[in-house]
Design a protein around this ligand. Sequence first.
Ligand code: DQA
Length: 141
Amino acid sequence: MNILIIHGPNLNFLGQREPEIYGSLTIEGLNALIKKHAALKKAKVRIFQSNCEGHIIDLIAANMTWADWLIINPAAYTHYSYAIRDAIKASGLPAVEVHLSDISKRENFRKRSVTAGVCVKQIKGLGHNSYIKAIDFCAAQ
Ligand code: DQA
């Protein structure tokens, strides 16, 4: 199983960015955990982080024939990017939307996800375990 993992904008700041909300793990630490867990589940991963909407769309397009699954944390784009929503849908990939924090319990603007409707599942609020559970979900299908 091949899993494309995309971290959206500002996730490069993990570890120093609001650690009380997003945890103290850096993106390198998070990616190391993801790779270790994926290997346990016999899944191959390609992991990217981008701060740019168009680049995220290009990453989906460039990897969609390789991938069996997409795990995406669209970060702030979750709340307003119809372009990323359309790219997920256009790829035809089954997608899992993940969030470190519980977006349903934060500011009102975070409560709405425009991308969740084209994903088969949303996993939120578990910190780095949101990604681990997403890999488990993909591996179980
Ligand atoms: C986030 C939640 C978003 O609202 C926020 O803009 C992020 C991270 C999360 O993982 O909890 O950048 O997607």
